[in-house]
Unconditional design. Structure first.
Length: 702
């Protein structure tokens, strides 16, 4: 198939997602790799230690592969099929082989070292220095310095790791799809909210039960996130909770889909790879591309653990006692499938808060409107629907254009919000279609604008109702949008450090966690929480309950995450392959500390100053009580409130501009620590993170 005939290889601005098929993958990748191999040989032959003769042609080579393979991988995650998997499996070894040739190129490696050792080194910008340093480090980690026999084994390991990773993800997806609990008895689904039952009935219809209804069933329970969470939190049927929990937690752990030996083999190969590179364990290799060290990671884990422990113990005591009072358990017989259910009941009692009843106030269209308005206020951008401008892979996908304050486009993004268990990977993520780049622009003079995918797996629309979201799903959208902002609002024109490229991986969660914090800022929450039918605002009392409930069981949830992090470090430092524990990455905990500290800057600018707001609120109530008949005084009071809010909003806008010009704009052009200091004026502290989590002692938080 010729270059111009294959949609993956066309000179497109927006990928032709609507016409790309699995049959295009093999010929596209084979043709592309043949071309790139020729480009690499030419670069190695003509390379010089200068930007135009080294970095620019290298970026063009890597960018072409990233774009095409990125599209293929994206479709594999959102539109899975056996044909697509087969095509990927066939071309993946050739793709990995080329990447290894590129990463182990001695001429390119030596040219980067020559730049670093040249007299012109000090005249380079910070971004250029970061690119050179990262390319040298990555080449070493890719095995460029290994002797031939060791490099050959290193390459075998890389090929095997790619295959195992692909197989691992496929097994998870297949195992998730394979579980379906068919229910006809109403008693079995008692406690499940309307939204969950509607989804279950809708699923039954899709499986051929055309007469399925919300009220009478039949219902089909699955392991996709909205269905699974609803069962765990709301199903009164304990045996159903246990069955679904065990199915979820043991996905891909037996039979043909068993990931246990795959995990063991991955750990074994990672350890061998680390030792080939001269490291003691794989954790040391991983930390080379991060801000943290193993010692610092363990130190942070211990600091957070000690702050959380007593809170977690109290959490569990409260939960056990509550379940006992409800005559739900004997002694301390609280199982894993009971914890979420009784936690939700305790939260409802303690805060008089039923999350399911709040769903009508969190419809996706109104949440998106509020999110975009927040982005406009903070970062002076407009986000306009651009459906029809770019082809999409599913009819539910929306397309948007991001414009600066003068109305000029600066980025685009796709938004794929709903779960599709039959073809879509679970979870939520952001990936790039193309990054901002000067070298890779179409005309060679203007800047190529970034295009990003935002993918979630939330509750889909049911019947004539829009997607009515849980607050957790709202947080997920804000979180992923934060990732996208860093890719879209970057001002780096060098592709190697554009967006979040070149940023140490334990810092990439900063903007996402930062945006998530806004869900708990009162004005923002009130702006997104509007009833999908009437448009009425979420009652202020309910808003305050949501904010107060933020720290519910914070100690237990923190320990859960820290346990994952500790297991990950253990697996990659001291563990001898042969076990079957799962792996969790520690990166997110470092970024949560940074993001919470960054968000606290907005508090210092006046946002949610509780003491001031409380006094002001009491004063207004007092004035209203005394001067209820004096409309003039009430008008003056309202005016003063608006005046105060305008000052506050201006301060927040200034801080938002600063955040955009540092954290979002600088990408990998400076170290994350430098970027943070530029924004915050000091190095990060975990105090704000612990305070937001409700884990600081009262005296420390005061």
């Amino acid at each position: 198939m010729a270059f111009e005939e294959n949609p993956l290889l066309m000179d497109f601005v927006f990928p032709p997602y609507d016409v790309i098929e699995p049959k295009h993958v093999r010929p596209a990748m084979k043709s592309l790799l043949k071309k790139l191999e020729s480009d690499l040989v030419e670069l190695e032959t003509t390379v010089e230690p200068t930007w135009p003769k080294l970095v620019e042609p290298l970026e063009k080579i890597t960018d072409q592969l990233r774009v095409v393979w990125g599209i293929v991988n994206h479709l594999n995650c959102v539109k899975d099929s056996s044909e697509l998997r087969s095509a990927i499996e066939e071309v993946q070894p050739e793709k990995v082989k080329f990447q290894l040739s590129l990463g182990q190129s001695k001429p390119i490696y030596n040219a980067f070292k020559a730049i670093r050792e040249s007299q012109d080194w000090e005249t380079l910008s910070d971004a250029h220095k970061r690119i050179v340093g990262a390319q040298i480090k990555e080449a070493v980690l890719n095995g460029v310095s290994l002797e031939e026999d060791k490099r050959e084994r290193f390459n075998e390991i890389q090929q095997e790791l790619e295959k195992l990773s692909q197989k691992f993800e496929a097994n998870i997806l297949d195992a998730t799809k394979s579980f379906e609990k068919f229910i006809t008895n109403k008693k079995e689904i008692e406690g499940l909210p309307f939204t969950a039952l509607a989804m279950a009935a809708q699923r039954a219809v899709s499986k051929g039960h055309e007469n399925a209804t919300v009220e009478n069933g039949p219902w089909v329970i699955t392991l996709d996130a909205p269905s699974y969470r609803s069962v765990m939190q709301h199903a009164r049927n304990r045996s159903l909770r246990e069955e679904v929990y065990r199915a979820y937690i043991t996905r891909a752990s037996s039979g043909d889909l068993n990931n246990t030996p795959i995990i063991d083999q991955i750990l074994k190969l990672r350890l061998e790879k680390a030792k080939l590179l001269g490291y003691t364990n794989y954790a040391e290799v991983s930390m080379e591309m991060k801000m943290a060290t193993i010692d610092k990671a363990e130190e942070l884990i211990e600091k957070l653990r000690s702050a959380s422990w007593n809170h977690a113990v109290q959490d569990m005591e409260d939960l056990v006692n509550f379940a006992k009072v409800q005559n739900a358990i004997e002694a301390n017989d609280l199982s894993h499938w009971d914890i979420n259910f009784w936690s939700e009941r305790l939260r409802e009692l303690r805060y008089d808060l039923n999350e399911e009843e709040l769903r009508p106030f969190f419809s996706l269209p109104k949440v998106i409107d509020g999110l975009f308005n927040l982005a406009k206020m903070l970062f002076e951008i407009d986000i306009d629907p651009a459906d029809g401008l770019a082809p999409v892979w599913n009819n539910d996908v929306r397309f948007y254009c991001v414009k600066d304050s003068s109305g000029i486009p600066v980025a685009y993004f796709y938004f794929d919000p709903y779960c599709r268990p039959s073809e879509k990977r679970g979870g939520a993520w952001v990936d790039e279609v193309v990054c901002r780049s000067r070298v890779s622009s179409h005309d060679g003079t203007s800047i190529r604008l970034p295009i990003t995918n935002i993918v979630c797996n939330q509750t889909p629309p049911v019947g004539d109702k829009p997607s009515l979201m849980t607050f957790r799903e709202v947080e997920a959208v804000f979180h992923e949008f934060g990732h996208a902002l860093q890719k879209m609002l970057t001002k780096q024109d060098e592709g190697f450090v554009s967006g979040n490229r070149g940023i140490e991986w334990d810092a990439v969660e900063l903007p996402s966690q930062f945006m998530e914090n806004w869900c708990y800022q009162k004005d923002t929450l009130m702006s997104i929480a509007k009833h999908y039918e009437t448009g009425e605002n979420l009652p202020e009392e309910a808003c305050l309950k949501l904010l107060f409930a933020r720290t519910f069981r914070a100690g237990s949830l923190m320990l859960r995450q820290l346990r994952y992090a500790s297991v990950d470090l253990e697996l990659h430092t001291k563990y001898i392959p042969g076990g079957s524990e799962s792996v969790y990455d520690i990166d997110q905990k470092w970024a949560e500390v940074l993001s919470a500290d960054a968000f606290s800057a907005f508090e210092e600018a006046g946002l949610d100053n509780d003491e001031v707001r409380a006094c002001g609120y009491k004063l207004v109530l007092h004035v209203k009580a005394m001067l209820a008949e004096n409309s003039l005084m009430l008008h003056i009071t309202a005016y003063l409130q608006r005046f105060d809010n305008s000052i506050l909003q201006q301060a927040v806008k200034v801080m938002g501009h600063k955040f955009r010009e540092t954290v979002l704009a600088l990408g990998g052009g400076k170290s994350p620590l430098e970027v943070f200091v530029l924004f915050r004026g000091r190095e990060p502290s975990p105090e704000a993170f612990l305070r937001y989590s409700g884990l600081l002692p009262a005296t420390a938080a005061a």
